[in-house]
Design a binder for this molecule. Structure first.
Ligand SMILES: Cc1cc2nc3c(=O)[nH]c(=O)nc-3n(C[C@H](O)[C@H](O)[C@H](O)COP(=O)(O)OP(=O)(O)OC[C@H]3O[C@@H](n4cnc5c(N)ncnc54)[C@H](O)[C@@H]3O)c2cc1C
Length: 432
C-alpha cells in the first residue's frame, strides 16, 4: 500500500474515476499541489468498461440548455457549472490533447479509437503533466470536520490533510468497480442529506406473452441470470412471481437494479435477456437423470402428466411449449433429443426485459447528495466550503448517451478550478 508523501496538500481528491481524474488534473494544471487517493490498485476501473469498452464520452449537444433539458428537473441546477465548462469545452479538451472523436446515433460521441483506454490514458497523462501524486490501493474512511470545515481525510493508514477535499467516489452502480457508495455514509454523518437510488427495487416488464400468461404463478427457488449479447453476467437465486406485466417477487425486486443498469447502458444493437433456471440446484446432467427417473415411473402416461417432482404443474404446459414438445405424447416415446431439449428449457428459459413497473422513462434517478446542498458555481458543499462534490456522488438523473460522463468532465473541471483558486486565496491555511 502506497502512502501520501506530503504532510499537507492544497487539494486532496478522493476517488480515481473520470470525475476525480479530471478534477485532480485541472487543480494541478492551475498550480495546486494535489494528491489523489484511490482504493483500487488501478484508476478508472468503471471508465474502462463504459460504452461496452468504447466509452461514450459525451453527447453532441453544444447548447447547454438543450443538454441540461435531458437531465429532467434537476438540470436547472447545473447552468452555472456548464457556463464554465460545456460539452464543447470537453470536446476541445480531448481533441486538443490528441484524442479524435466521432458522433454516432442520437448524438453519442466516442473516441475515434473506439477504446475507453484512450480516454483513460489521456486523463492519466493530464494528471502526470500537472504533477498529481496518485496513491492507489488506499481506501479513504471518512472526514474529520471541525468548525464547519473539513480538516482531514481518514484513510486506512494515516490522515491526509489538505486545504480542500474533492469527493469523487462515485455512486452505487457496478460496485465491483469500486463504486460501493461508502462515502454516502460519511457525508450523512457530517450532516449532508443523501437520497437513496430511486426505483431501486421494482418489478420488471417482460415482452414474452408466455410470461404474462403465467400471471399469479410463483416459484420458491429459481435462478435468474442477466445475459448481455449472449454472454452470462450476474445471477441471483430466490422466489419469483409471474405477473400480468412480467416478473415480480423478492428475487426480481432485488435484481432490478442490475437489470436496469444493463438496459440503461446498452448500446444500440445490444441484446439484453434474462435466463430463467427453474432447477438451479441441479446441473444439466443431474437434471437429465431426474427427468429420466420421472419418465420411468410414469412411462405409460402422457408427457404432460409425467413431470411430477420436476416441474410445478402450473408451468408444465409452458415448459413443453417452449421446448417444442407434444404433451400428448407418451413419456416412453420421448426421444433422447426431445428429453435433452426439455432439460435445456428447464435450465434456460429466455425472456426480454422491456422496462419497469411505474418507471416507463429511460431516465434513471441515481441517488446521491441532494443538489440543494451544493453550490454549482464552484461545486462546493453548502455545509463545508472546502469540500467539493462531483460526478456520480451527486443526485442527478442521467439518461444514457454520454450524459453521465459529461457531468464528470464538467463538475470535475469546475471543482478542480475552484479548489485550486481557494488555496491560492487562502495561503494562510498552507504550511511549507
Ligand atoms: C456498465 C456501465 C457502462 C457505462 N457507460 C457509460 C457511457 O458509455 N457513457 C457515460 O456517459 N456513462 C456511462 N456509464 C456511467 C459512468 O461510468 C459513470 O457516470 C462514471 O464512471 C462516474 O464517474 P465518477 O468518477 O463519478 O465515479 P466512478 O467512476 O464510480 O469512480 C469512483 C472511484 O472512487 C473510488 N472509491 C470509492 N470509494 C473509495 C474510497 N473509500 N476510498 C478511495 N477510493 C474510493 C472507486 O474505486 C472508483 O475508482 C456507465 C456505467 C456503467 C456501470
Amino acid at each position: 500500500m502506497k502512502v501520501p508523501k506530503k504532510a499537507r496538500y492544497d487539494v486532496a481528491v478522493i476517488g480515481g474515476g473520470p470525475a476525480g481524474m479530471m478534477a485532480a488534473g485541472r487543480a494541478a494544471e492551475l498550480g495546486a499541489s494535489v494528491v489523489l487517493v484511490e482504493k483500487n490498485e488501478g484508476l478508472g476501473k468503471k471508465l474502462l468498461i463504459t460504452g461496452g469498452g468504447r466509452c461514450n464520452v459525451t453527447n453532441d449537444k453544444p447548447d447547454p440548455r438543450e443538454f441540461l433539458e435531458k437531465l429532467g428537473k434537476k438540470g436547472k441546477f447545473l447552468f452555472s457549472t456548464f457556463a464554465q465548462h460545456s460539452v464543447k469545452d470537453s470536446l476541445d479538451f480531448f481533441n486538443s490533447r490528441g484524442m479524435g472523436t466521432k458522433v454516432e446515433n442520437e448524438g453519442r460521441v466516442f473516441p475515434v479509437t473506439d477504446s475507453a483506454r484512450t480516454v483513460y490514458d489521456l486523463l492519466v497523462r493530464y494528471m502526470k503533466e500537472g504533477g498529481v501524486e496518485v496513491v492507489t490501493g488506499l481506501a479513504a474512511k471518512g472526514f474529520h470536520a471541525r468548525d464547519g470545515v473539513i480538516v482531514g481525510l481518514n484513510t486506512e493508514k494515516d490522515t491526509v490533510v489538505a486545504d480542500s477535499y474533492i469527493l469523487a467516489t462515485g455512486g452505487t452502480s457496478a460496485p465491483e468497480t469500486g463504486s460501493t457508495g461508502e462515502a454516502f455514509k460519511w457525508l450523512a454523518r457530517i450532516g449532508h442529506n443523501v437520497t437513496e437510488p430511486d426505483a431501486a427495487l421494482v418489478p420488471v416488464k417482460i415482452a414474452e406473452k408466455w410470461v404474462r400468461d403465467l400471471s399469479g404463478v410463483s416459484h420458491q427457488h429459481v435462478k435468474l441470470a442477466l445475459v448481455i449479447n449472449g454472454k452470462r453476467d450476474t445471477s441471483r437465486i430466490g422466489r419469483m412471481v409471474f405477473a400480468h406485466f412480467g416478473l415480480s417477487g423478492p428475487l426480481v425486486l432485488n435484481f432490478s437494479k442490475e437489470i436496469r443498469e444493463a438496459m440503461q447502458y446498452a448500446q444500440t444493437g445490444d441484446k439484453i435477456e434474462l435466463a430463467l433456471d427453474i432447477m438451479p440446484d441441479l446441473d444439466s446432467a443431474a437434471l437429465d437423470k431426474r427427468v429420466q427417473e420421472a419418465f420411468a415411473t410414469a412411462s405409460n402416461k402422457k408427457l404432460k402428466n409425467s413431470l411430477k417432482g420436476v416441474v410445478v404443474p402450473a408451468l408444465v404446459a409452458t415448459v413443453l411449449s417452449l421446448a417444442k414438445l407434444d404433451g400428448e405424447k407418451e413419456a416412453n416415446a420421448v426421444t433422447r433429443e426431445e428429453r435433452l431439449a426439455l432439460v435445456k428449457t428447464l435450465k434456460d428459459m429466455r425472456m426480454t426485459p422491456t422496462g419497469f413497473l411505474g418507471k416507463e422513462k429511460a431516465i434513471v434517478a441515481s441517488g446521491g447528495v441532494k443538489l440543494e446542498e451544493v453550490d454549482f458555481r464552484t461545486m462546493a458543499s453548502r455545509l463545508f466550503p472546502n469540500l467539493y462534490l462531483i460526478g456520480d456522488v451527486l443526485d442527478v438523473e442521467r439518461p444514457s448517451g454520454g450524459y453521465s460522463l459529461q457531468l464528470c468532465w464538467t463538475t470535475g473541471w469546475v471543482a478542480g478550478k475552484s479548489a485550486a483558486k481557494r488555496s491560492k486565496e487562502n495561503p494562510s491555511s498552507r504550511q511549507a
